[in-house]
Design a binder for this molecule. Structure first.
Ligand SMILES: NC(=O)c1ccc[n+]([C@@H]2O[C@H](COP(=O)([O-])OP(=O)(O)OC[C@H]3O[C@@H](n4cnc5c(N)ncnc54)[C@H](O)[C@@H]3O)[C@@H](O)[C@H]2O)c1
Ligand SMILES: [Zn+2]
Length: 369
């Protein structure tokens, strides 16, 4: 059966590639991978146990049917495995399996797998082909698009990394059916973020949506993912390497990262910290006179309507200190991405400390309600 799918082009200086979005796409991955890689490539699927167990077979069967003789490599699950040691272990496994410069890696999992396997592909034999098949909301609408790869150090997150664009990104919303509900919702805050940054229609569609219902509504889910990917694709195509333009994607991430760091990455899932960060950015935008109260209320209500968030307990002064040591700070100046309307943001560099303190106080107040 021929199904309509959405193809979104990402154009970067080295190459351009597509991301294909379609429910059930996994069973069709083989021919698409073959289309971009050609015949006779050794393909090595890097994944984690929860993904392999549920979806591995479907992918492997499809790859085999397209003439590949795929190997599967498992790495340990979780953010703590996003480290150089995992890259080294996987690289050694690749050599033992006979992977040469003509091999290709398929990153099959959430953002952790995407970042580690992407990094591995960029350094193994000085760089081999990569295909991204993301399996979380976070990875489908964000991590797998744009070519950033990397691992954490004990001294901080994502401190070692590369840019390595994939040959294709295959997004199958059907795989999200096995994702834990909390992970699903956390990823959806990033979709809402995309709406606030530049896709008002997406924002309005997500406003007041029932998250549980969206999960089951394949068509709606495809649309939400496609809109978010489209926004990221546009931004990345205009600016691959984090100039001011790409920075807009960090809406909610300034405070979000600080909240994650303050709670030692235990209290919040990334998307949940971003959700709080978006509320803070919205309130800051009002305080500095960049956003009308009515639009601000709409954004805050939309964020809170998705469901409960883990409480913010951090002291505001501590968050301010953390902001000053964040890598997005250049020369000690904190950059904020602030909404100026629904679908519009601006980068602001001179937010007074008192305004930031107030915004974090407000997160604690909201947490206590
Ligand atoms: N490279 C980028 O541009 C970029 C952008 C955003 C985030 N990231 C990175 O992404 C990472 C977070 O990614 P994440 O939120 O996907 O977390 P994750 O990769 O840890 O996945 C979350 C959990 O879901 C499980 N899982 C994945 N797919 C599943 C499925 N279909 N069914 C059941 N379980 C499934 C995983 O095994 C894991 O336990 C962070 O390290 C972050 O830095 C990178
Ligand atoms: Zn994010």
């Amino acid at each position: 059966m021929v199904q309509a799918n959405t193809r979104i082009k990402i154009t970067v200086p080295q190459r351009s590639y597509e991301s294909v979005i379609e429910s059930g796409l996994l069973a069709n991955a083989g021919p698409l991978v073959r289309e971009v890689l050609g015949k006779g490539k050794g393909v090595f699927v890097v994944t984690v146990e929860p993904v392999r167990r549920r979806w591995g077979n479907k992918l492997m069967v499809s790859l085999a049917a397209a003439g590949f003789d795929p190997e599967i490599l498992e790495m340990k699950d979780g953010e703590r495995s996003k480290k150089l040691a995992s890259v080294e272990q996987l690289a050694e496994k690749l050599t033992r399996l006979g992977a040469d410069r003509n091999a290709a890696i398929i990153a099959f999992g959430g953002g952790v797998v995407g970042d580690v396997a992407g990094f591995l592909a960029s350094v193994y034999m000085r760089g081999i082909d990569l295909v991204q098949i993301p399996t979380t909301v976070q990875a489908q609408l964000d991590a797998a698009i744009g070519g950033k790869t990397g691992v954490n150090l004990r001294t901080g997150k994502n401190l070692v990394g590369t840019f390595h664009q994939p040959a294709i990104v295959l997004i199958d919303p059907a795989v999200l059916s096995t994702l834990p509900a909390r992970e699903f919702r956390a990823g959806l805050y990033e979709a809402l973020k995309c709406g606030v940054i530049g896709r008002p229609e997406l924002f309005h569609r997500l406003e007041g949506i029932r998250v549980k219902a969206l999960r089951r509504d394949t068509k709606a889910l495809e649309w939400v993912l496609a809109e978010s990917v489209q926004l990221k694709a546009e931004v990345v195509s205009a600016d691959e390497r984090e100039g001011d333009l790409r920075r807009v994607l960090n809406l909610g991430h300034t405070i979000g990262h600080a909240l994650e760091a303050e709670s030692e990455y235990k209290r919040f899932l990334h998307g949940e910290a971003v959700a709080w960060g978006m509320i803070a950015a919205t309130n800051i935008a009002v305080s500095v006179g960049k956003l009308e109260k009515k639009a601000a209320k709409q954004i805050v209500d939309a964020v809170l309507s998705f469901g409960p968030l883990p409480k913010v307990k951090a002291k505001s002064k501590k968050i301010v200190r953390l902001l000053q040591s964040d890598k997005k700070t250049s020369n000690g100046i904190v950059h904020f991405v602030l909404p100026t309307a629904i679908g519009k943001v601006e980068i602001v560099k001179d937010v007074p400390e008192q305004v930031i303190v107030q915004a974090v106080d407000e997160l604690r107040n909201l947490s206590d309600q």
